[in-house]
Design a protein. Structure first.
Lengths: 430, 251
């Protein structure tokens, strides 16, 4: 049974051995146990792993969260402040009932994982960790299994009818050493619709999973901003499964952050489903942001789009690893993927790995990846019309990001994101 | 208005001298035309005056109402009242034409210490000017010059000129790529802007634009210098006899 006693355990192995599940005998404990077994079998991510070549996993896997100074955004209004929404607030991963709205809303049942996990029978029993587990193949995502095993809380959302407003998960960061693990579950019944908004840095280190089950004809919309704290770290995963004629649309804005890894794993399992994933990232200086996307087409006539744009300056690093897998039989697939970086100086870098794997013969898939500087001709043209260089550069930067931002369907949300992008640029204009 | 004295300019990339002592004065209220064969330095003159990168002034000066513009940034030259209508207007995906125009207008006003134009006033003004140039609402909404035809791009240049009301307008080969109808429309736009306080420098290879925008003075440029200056008749002479005759005459 024992491994050779003289063999020295790596830091990761030591950490895995020491992990302990919360006590209890509920449905959640079983799911957590299974996830912990998965995690121990695959091990924590290492630098040598194929999908961690561009992003150092160390600070995300080490036992303690690295210290992260708090960030004061001044008198700036809360993100999505202009939107009528139901607010659910977590501070350093701990639910804040006083700051949150009442969780009752017509057409949807909202519960907290920490409470629902105590009951014997719950719909989440058959869902919690299921999509995460499916998403472990063919590429291991150990941090997501860790999350399923150890999440302290999260929100379970079951949409059964018409919902009047978006649900906004707000993650506040107040402790310089907090290590938050939250697991959200969203289940949309047939033909229903929901918008989930997320914002905030959450903690010094944040591990978050969101599993989304989209039934036939349902639509899920997701818009998030990740918080401007410079020293925060985050590893997030979205796992989604789409039924027939359903839609999943997710947009993420990342501004600042020393380490962000956003993974998105989508399975199109019903015919005529649509999945759009987009991101706009802006990094200045000590910034590392990684979008790792895996979309599987396993049904006919589905459409997927990946649109990722990154603005990088002063040595910032952007990573994109995006894959479209078209399984045999997924005929008439329409897959599109674009990842682009705007490098505002010679110190910044963009590392991209676009992948297509296609086993059907009647599909249209395209992908492209580019890195470039500001277009000098356009800059001169704007300046020749009287626009100062700094403003002209910002205009061209926003224009570069526009293709990703336009993926947000709701005009109000699009405007909200645009105003945040403008604010970020203006603060750097000096 | 615009005074160019003994201007010498090198193209940085090729270490080549393009302008070899240009002397030219455009008075307020006058339209001057510069004609010349390809490679004579006409477009370089327009780029140097507007402040494009890649050129080094080795000698001479250029002043706008007495102010040395060669030391100013491109945006400062624009705010001082200089406008270049581009031979090849640049396409800017993602930047709406209206946003672009309003940003430019307000930036210039700000630089001159004026208040920004209100959204309502701007809209009224742009609609009025666009109408006379047959620019529809769709063109105003689209990204700057993206998907515009050659004629639409040039009309868009004139619209910007009309909105920004510069003191000194330089038109670089504005007739290139235009059919007769489009050229008439552009010329009407330019003529509408002719006024006592405004100078024009019209750079063109062919005489035909000058049928529609009647110049007061015509210059012939060759090998980086103005080699001959005359009245409107000089343009007709070029049209009839070509450049070779005139150039051999002054050589």
């Amino acid at each position: 049974m024992m491994a050779a006693p003289q063999a020295k355990l790596s830091a990761n192995q030591e950490r895995l051995a020491a992990l302990q599940l919360p006590e209890g005998a509920t449905w959640a404990t079983a799911a957590r146990g299974a996830a912990l077994d998965r995690l121990r079998a695959m091990g924590l991510p290492e630098r040598r792993d194929e999908y961690w070549k561009f992003t150092r996993p160390d600070s995300l896997t080490q036992a303690e969260a690295p210290h992260a100074a708090l960030f004061d955004s001044g008198a700036e209004p809360e993100v999505f402040d202009t939107v009528d929404r139901l607010r659910i607030v977590f501070v350093d991963g701990v639910f804040d009932a006083d700051a949150s709205d009442d969780l009752s809303l017509e057409g949807v049942r909202i519960e907290r994982l920490a409470e629902a996990g105590q009951s014997d029978i719950h719909w989440a029993k058959d869902t919690y960790g299921v999509l995460e587990e499916r998403g472990q193949n063919p590429v291991a995502r150990p941090l997501a299994a860790l999350n399923t095993a150890l999440a302290t809380d999260g929100v379970l959302i079951h949409v059964t009818g018409a919902v009047s407003k978006p649900i906004n998960l707000i993650y506040i960061h107040k402790s310089e050493t907090s290590d938050a693990i939250l697991h959200n579950l969203v289940k949309l019944d047939k033909g229903t619709e929901l918008t989930v908004l997320e914002n905030g840095p959450a903690a010094a280190r944040f591990n978050k999973v969101m599993e989304v089950e989209v039934a036939d004809g349902a639509s899920f919309h997701h818009v998030r901003t990740q918080g401007r704290d410079h020293e925060r770290r985050a590893a997030t995963h979205i796992f989604a499964r789409l039924g027939k004629e359903s839609a999943f649309k997710s947009f993420t804005m990342t501004a600042n952050g020393v380490m962000t890894r956003n993974e998105c794993v989508i399975e199109l399992t019903g015919d005529d489903a649509i999945a759009h994933v987009a991101g706009a990232a802006m990094g200045d200086g000590d910034f590392h942001q990684d979008d790792t996307v895996f979309i599987t087409h396993d049904a006919e006539r589905c459409e997927s789009r990946q649109v990722f744009k990154k603005v990088l300056r002063n040595g910032a690093t952007g990573v994109f690893q995006g894959k479209i897998l078209v399984k045999a039989g997924a005929q008439k697939t329409d897959g599109y993927q674009i990842s682009q970086s705007l490098l505002l100086d010679g110190d910044s870098q963009f590392l991209a790995k676009p992948e297509l794997e296609i086993y059907a013969d009647d599909v249209a898939c395209s992908h492209g990846s580019t890195s470039g500087a500001i277009d000098e001709d356009a800059l001169y043209y704007l300046r020749a019309r009287g626009v100062p260089k700094a403003i002209a550069t910002d205009l061209l930067t926003l224009a570069f990001l526009a293709e990703a931002v336009e993926e947000i369907e709701d005009e109000g949300l699009r405007e909200e994101i645009n105003s945040r992008l403008v604010g970020w640029l203006e603060r750097r204009r000096g | 208005m615009l005074e160019i004295k003994n201007l010498h300019v090198d193209l940085e990339e090729e270490d080549k001298t393009i302008l070899k002592g240009v002397n030219l004065t455009v008075e307020a209220g006058k339209v001057h035309a510069i004609m010349g064969p390809n490679g004579s330095g006409k477009s370089t003159l327009s780029y140097v005056l507007s402040g494009r990168d890649g050129y080094t002034v080795t000698e001479g000066s250029a002043t706008l109402e007495g102010e040395n513009i060669l030391e100013l940034e491109p945006e400062e030259r624009a705010a001082a009242g200089l406008f270049l209508a581009f031979q090849y207007p640049v396409e800017i995906p993602g930047v709406g034409n209206m946003t672009f125009l309003r940003t430019a207008m307000n930036a210039q006003r700000k630089a001159r210490g004026q208040d920004e134009i209100s959204a309502a006033d701007f809209l009224k003004l742009v609609r009025e000017k666009a109408k006379t140039l047959k620019i529809d609402a769709d063109m105003l909404k689209r990204p700057v010059n993206v998907g515009f035809s050659g004629g639409e791009k040039k009309r868009n240049e004139i619209l910007q000129m009309a909105m920004l009301e510069p003191k000194m307008c330089i038109l670089d080969e504005t007739d290139s790529g235009l059919d007769v109808d489009a050229m008439k429309l552009v010329a009407e736009g330019v003529n509408a802007l002719r006024s006592e306080g405004r100078g024009f420098l019209v750079i063109t290879h062919y005489q035909r634009l000058l049928d529609h925008i009647k110049p007061d003075v015509v210059h012939i440029m060759s090998d980086g210098r103005i080699v001959k200056t005359g009245g409107p008749d000089l343009a007709l002479e070029v049209e009839q006899n070509g450049y070779a005759d005139i150039l051999s005459e002054v050589a």
